[in-house]
Ligand binder design. Structure first.
Ligand code: MV4
Length: 452
C-alpha cells in the first residue's frame, strides 16, 4: 500500500480524497495555489506545498511544480481528483516515467478515451451500442452530405479532441451543413489542437444516463449502477440522481452489462464512467467515457454504500478488485444538487465575496461535500462549485423531501447561490414525476429568469 499520496486538486474533492487516505492510514500531501493558502485542505493534510499563483495554468495545471512537490515530499502516488489534470494523458505519462503512481488508468487508456472517435470505435467493436455516425474524421462537405444521406437530419458535429459538450454543433438541414462543418473544424483546431471532427445522428429529447464502473487492470470490472445527469445547463450538470427512474428492467440490465463490456475491452484500471444517451424509446447509445472520479460520484456512494475513492486508491496500489459485483446493491434513491456561487436569476453570473454561514443542513440521509467555512473568500479563479448537497431516501419521494428540507436549512449569505433554483425544481411537478431530459431546464422555464 502507498505510504504517502499527493493530492493535485482543491476544494471539496481535495477533502474527499484526504478523508479516503486517512481511512486507509496513508499520509497526505496537498498542493495548493496562493488563492487556497487558507483552505481546509491545507489544514487537514499532513504536508502542503504552494505550487504557484492563483491562475490554474500556473498552479493546479503546473506539471513541473506538482512533480517537484511529489519528489520533495516522497509521495508514492498522485490523486488528480476531477478537472485540472485528471484526464491529461501527458501528466499521467510524466508520473509513469518518474515512478510516481498516477491514481487512474494508464496514459495510453486516457489518451485512447480522450480521442472520441477512437473511443467510439473501440466501444463499437466491443459490442457496445454507439450513436449512429462516423468512425472516421469527416474532412469535407461531400463526405458530410453522404453522412446526412445515411443518417438523416438533425445531425451533430463533434470534435474528436472535445468531449463534455465542448466543440459541438447541431445541424438541422443541408443548408447549414457546410458552414457548420467549417466552423466546427476551425474551432476544434483552435481549442484542442486537433481539427478532426466526426458526425452523429442527433438524438432528440434524450436523457443523459451514465454508468459508474471500476476496473482493476487485471481483467476484473464491476459496475455501481447508473446515474441520471440530464439536468444540465450549458453542459454543466446541476442535479444528478441514482437510480435513473423509469428505465425498463431489461434495458437497464443491458445498459449496465454494456458498460462493463466496454470497460473490459480496454482492460480498464480505476474508476470510470461510460456516458450514454437514452432516447424516448429507451434505446441507449454510448457517447463517451470519462476516465476519472466524477463530481457526482456521491449519489452512487449513497445508493450502494461503497467508498469509490478508497477503491481507486486500493486498485492503484496494485490490489485486485476489492469488491464483488454481487455485493454491490442499489438501495433507495439519492439526489445531488451542485451548489454554485452563481446567480440563477441573472444568467448564472458567478458571484464572489466573503461567505457567511448561518446554518448547514443535516439530518437522516443528508451528506454535504464542501470545503467552505465561515468567512471564506469566494474568489473568481476556479469553477463556482462551493458545495455538493446529497440526499438519500428509501424512495425518490423521500430523497426529494429531504433535499427540500436541507436546501431550506442551508443558510449562507455574502454570495448568490443556486440554492433558490433547486428549491423551485424540487417543487416542480414534472421533476417530481421524473419527467426529465437534457432539455428540462429550458422547457420548464428555469433559464433566463422566467422561473429560475
Ligand atoms: C449528443 C446529443 C444528442 N445526440 N449527441 C453533450 C455533452 C457531450 N457528452 C455530448 N452531448 C450531447 N451529445 C448526439 N448524437 C446531446 C448531447 C447533449 C446536449 C446537446 C445540446 C444541448 C445540451 C445537451 C445536454 C446534454 C447532452
Amino acid at each position: 500500500m502507498f505510504r504517502k499520496v499527493l493530492i493535485a486538486n482543491r476544494g471539496e474533492i481535495a477533502l474527499r480524497i484526504l478523508r479516503a487516505c486517512k481511512t486507509l492510514g496513508i499520509k497526505t500531501v496537498l498542493v495548493f495555489s496562493e488563492a487556497d493558502r487558507y483552505s481546509l485542505g491545507v489544514k487537514y493534510a499532513d504536508e502542503a506545498f504552494c505550487i504557484g499563483p492563483p491562475q490554474a495554468s500556473k498552479s493546479y495545471l503546473n506539471i513541473p511544480n506538482i512533480i517537484a512537490a511529489a519528489e520533495i515530499s516522497g509521495a508514492d502516488a498522485i490523486h488528480p481528483g476531477y478537472g485540472f489534470l485528471a484526464e491529461n494523458a501527458d501528466f499521467a505519462e510524466v508520473c509513469e516515467s518518474c515512478g510516481i503512481k498516477f491514481i487512474g488508468p494508464s496514459s495510453k487508456v486516457i489518451s485512447l478515451m480522450g480521442d472520441k472517435i477512437a473511443a467510439r470505435k473501440v466501444m463499437y467493436e466491443a459490442g457496445v451500442p454507439v450513436i449512429p455516425g462516423t468512425f472516421e474524421p469527416v474532412e469535407d462537405e461531400k463526405k458530410a452530405i453522404s453522412v446526412a444521406k445515411d443518417f438523416g437530419f438533425p445531425l451533430i458535429i463533434k470534435a474528436a479532441g472535445g468531449g463534455g459538450g465542448r466543440g459541438m454543433r447541431i445541424v438541422k438541414d443541408e443548408d447549414g451543413l457546410k458552414g457548420a462543418l467549417m466552423i466546427a473544424k476551425s474551432e476544434a483546431e483552435a481549442a484542442f489542437n486537433n481539427g478532426a471532427v466526426y458526425i452523429e445522428k442527433y438524438i432528440e429529447g434524450a436523457r443523459h444516463i451514465e454508468v459508474q464502473i471500476l476496473g482493476d487492470g487485471k481483467g476484473n470490472v464491476v459496475h455501481f449502477y447508473e446515474r441520471d445527469c440530464s439536468i444540465q445547463r450549458r453542459h454543466q450538470k446541476l442535479i444528478e440522481e441514482s437510480p435513473a427512474i423509469g428505465i425498463p428492467k431489461e434495458v437497464k440490465e443491458k445498459l449496465l452489462e454494456s458498460a462493463v463490456k466496454g470497460a473490459r475491452a480496454i482492460n480498464y484500471e480505476g474508476a470510470g464512467t461510460l456516458e450514454f444517451l437514452l432516447d424516448k424509446d429507451n434505446n441507449f447509445y454510448f457517447m463517451e467515457m470519462n476516465t476519472r472520479i466524477q463530481v457526482e460520484h456521491p449519489v452512487t456512494e449513497m445508493v450502494t454504500g461503497h467508498d469509490l475513492v478508497k477503491y481507486q486508491i486500493l486498485i492503484a496500489s496494485g490490489e485486485e478488485m476489492p469488491v464483488k459485483q454481487e455485493d454491490i446493491v442499489q438501495r433507495g434513491h439519492a439526489i445531488e444538487c451542485r451548489i454554485n456561487a452563481e446567480d440563477p436569476f441573472n444568467n448564472f453570473l458567478p458571484s464572489i465575496g466573503t461567505l457567511k454561514i448561518f446554518s448547514l443542513p443535516g439530518g437522516p440521509g443528508i451528506r454535504l461535500d464542501t470545503a467552505i467555512y465561515n468567512n471564506i473568500e469566494i474568489l473568481p479563479y476556479y469553477d463556482s462549485l462551493i458545495a455538493k448537497l446529497i440526499s438519500w431516501g428509501l424512495t425518490r419521494e423521500e430523497a426529494i423531501s429531504r433535499m427540500r428540507n436541507a436546501l431550506e436549512e442551508f443558510l449562507i449569505e455574502g454570495v448568490k447561490t443556486t440554492i433558490p433554483l433547486y428549491l423551485r425544481i424540487m417543487e416542480d411537478k414534472e421533476y417530481i414525476k421524473g419527467n426529465i431530459s437534457i432539455n428540462f431546464l429550458e422547457e420548464r422555464g428555469f433559464l433566463n429568469g422566467e422561473r429560475g
